[in-house]
Design a protein around this ligand. Structure first.
Ligand SMILES: [Zn+2]
Ligand SMILES: [Zn+2]
Length: 439
C-alpha cells in the first residue's frame, strides 16, 4: 500500500467510523456518566409492576432520540426499540425489566427512594430492590452504543423493556407473557434473546453464566381436601381433612426424595400454605394446601406435577376424602407458571466468549443453579428462539457476597461499578452477535 493511500484510509476511518476502533469497554466508559445519572434518577423514582408509567415514557423518549423505531403500550407499559444495521444479518433481542418492589428502602443514598405506591389495597414504600433500575439504564447505554455503530454492524436488534417482571398485582396480567400476548414479536422474530440480572450473591466485577437449566421452573398449585365435618371428640363420625392433608404433605416429600433423578438436577416441592379449621374441637370439612414446584428440567417438571396429582388423589382416597386439584399443566397458564430458564448451550458458549472478551477470563464464572424463577424464558419460548440469561455481581469488593443483603431486601445495595460491567458485557455480546469487531 502506498503511503498516501494509507494516510487517506486512516483519515476516513477516523472521521466516519471512529466507533469501529472503540472497544466495548471504551464505549461503556464514554457513556458511564450518562448511564449512572439514568440509574440514579430511576432509583429515586421507582414504580411498581404494571405502573411503570414514568419509566416507560423515559425509555421511549431516549430510544427515539437514539434513532430507534419505538413501540409503546405493549403489556400496558412495555416498550420496544428496533434498529436495522448497515448490512443484512441476524436478529437479536435484548431484554431489560423496569419494575420495582413494594419495599421501603433502608439504604442511605443521596438518591434514596422515598416513593410510595398502592399494592393490594395498602400504601407501601417502593424501591428498586431487585436492581431493575440498573438493568434499564445499562440496556439504554447498550442501545446508544449500538446506534453509534449503525453502519458497521449486521442484522437488526430489538430492545425489550419489560414491565412487571416481579409479577403483576393480584387480579392483573403482566410481564413477559402479556408482552407475548400483546404481540411483542409480531413484526420482529429474533434469532436469539439475551437478558441479564444484577445479583447480590456475586461481587462487583464478576459475571456468571451457566449452560442449560440456570433458573428454576415455577408452578404454583392448590390442593383442596374435602372431608366431612364432625365433633372433635368423635372423629369417627366424619372424615378428617386435616389428617388427610398432613398425609398428602408428607407423602409429597417422596416426589423429590424417591422419584426424581437427583443425579441429573435438583428439585423442590414446597407447601407454603396449610389452612383448615375454625375451632379446636371441630373436625373441619376441608383443608387447603398451596405450594410451589421448582425444577431445572422440563421433563422433570412434568413428572413432578403429575406425581403430585397422583399422590394427592390416592392419599385422599385412602382416607375416604376427596380432593380438588389446581395443578398447572406446563405452559397452560403462563401467568401463574414459569418455564425453566434454559440457557441454550451453543448460544451460551458464544455469550461466554463475549463475556470473557469484555471482562477477562478471571472474572467470568460458571453460575450456580438458582432456584428462583423468571418470566424471561417465556420470551424465547414464544418465538421460539434460543435464549441466554447471565448474572452481574452487585456487592462491593471486600464484602462477603454470601451474606450481603439479597435482592428484594430493603438493604439491597448495588455497587455502581456493576453498571460498567453489565453495560460492557451486554454490549460485547451484541457486537459479537451482530458481526462487529471482525468476528
Ligand atoms: Zn426480583
Ligand atoms: Zn429482578
Amino acid at each position: 500500500m502506498r503511503p498516501v493511500t494509507l494516510a487517506a484510509a486512516v483519515l476516513v476511518a477516523l472521521s466516519s467510523a471512529a466507533s469501529a476502533e472503540e472497544t466495548a469497554q471504551q464505549s461503556t466508559q464514554a457513556l458511564l456518566p450518562e448511564i449512572t445519572a439514568w440509574r440514579r434518577d430511576l432509583h429515586e423514582h421507582p414504580e411498581l409492576s404494571n405502573r411503570e408509567l414514568r419509566t416507560s415514557k423515559f425509555v421511549a423518549t431516549e430510544l427515539k432520540k437514539l434513532g430507534y423505531t419505538v413501540r409503546t403500550g405493549i403489556a400496558k407499559t412495555g416498550v420496544t426499540g428496533t434498529i436495522k444495521f448497515g448490512k443484512p444479518g441476524p436478529k437479536l433481542a435484548i431484554r431489560a425489566d423496569m419494575d420495582a418492589l413494594p419495599v421501603t428502602e433502608d439504604v442511605d443514598l443521596p438518591f434514596k427512594s422515598i416513593a410510595k405506591g398502592e399494592y393490594a389495597g395498602k400504601t407501601v414504600g417502593v424501591m428498586h430492590a431487585c436492581g431493575h433500575d440498573a438493568h434499564t439504564a445499562m440496556t439504554l447505554g447498550v442501545a446508544e452504543a449500538l446506534a453509534k455503530r449503525k453502519n458497521e454492524l449486521s442484522g437488526e436488534v430489538m430492545f425489550i423493556f419489560q414491565p412487571a417482571e416481579e409479577g403483576a398485582p393480584p387480579g392483573e396480567e403482566g410481564g413477559a407473557p402479556l408482552m407475548v400476548k400483546d404481540g411483542v414479536f409480531r413484526d420482529f422474530k429474533p434469532d436469539a434473546v439475551i437478558g441479564m440480572h444484577v445479583l447480590s450473591m456475586l461481587n462487583v466485577g464478576q459475571v456468571s453464566v451457566r449452560e442449560g437449566g440456570a433458573m428454576a421452573s415455577s408452578d404454583t398449585f392448590r390442593i383442596v381436601v374435602h372431608g366431612r365435618q364432625s365433633h372433635g371428640a368423635m372423629p369417627w363420625k366424619g372424615v378428617d381433612p386435616i389428617v388427610t392433608a398432613a398425609d398428602i404433605v408428607m407423602s409429597a416429600q417422596t416426589i423429590v426424595s424417591r422419584e426424581l433423578d437427583l443425579n441429573a438436577n435438583p428439585a423442590v416441592v414446597t407447601f407454603g400454605v396449610f389452612n383448615g379449621g375454625e375451632r379446636f374441637n371441630i373436625v373441619p370439612d376441608k383443608a387447603v394446601l398451596d405450594g410451589t414446584v421448582r425444577t431445572f428440567d422440563e421433563t422433570m417438571r412434568q413428572q413432578a406435577l403429575t406425581s403430585l396429582g397422583r399422590i394427592a388423589q390416592n392419599v385422599a382416597e385412602a382416607h375416604g376424602a376427596t380432593v380438588d386439584l389446581e395443578i398447572p399443566k406446563p405452559g397452560a397458564d403462563p401467568f401463574h407458571s414459569n418455564p425453566v430458564n434454559y440457557n441454550d448451550p451453543a448460544l451460551t458458549k458464544r455469550v461466554r466468549a463475549s463475556l470473557v472478551k469484555a471482562n477477562g477470563a478471571d472474572n467470568v464464572s460458571e453460575a450456580e443453579r438458582w432456584m428462583a424463577s423468571e418470566d424471561f424464558p417465556q420470551l424465547g419460548n414464544a418465538v421460539p428462539a434460543p435464549s441466554v440469561y447471565f448474572l452481574i455481581g452487585a456487592t462491593p469488593k471486600g464484602q462477603d457476597a454470601k451474606t450481603a443483603p439479597s435482592n428484594h431486601s430493603p438493604k439491597f445495595f448495588l455497587d455502581e461499578g456493576a453498571l460498567a460491567v453489565g453495560t460492557q458485557s451486554m454490549l460485547q455480546v451484541a457486537i459479537d452477535y451482530l458481526g462487529g469487531g471482525g468476528s
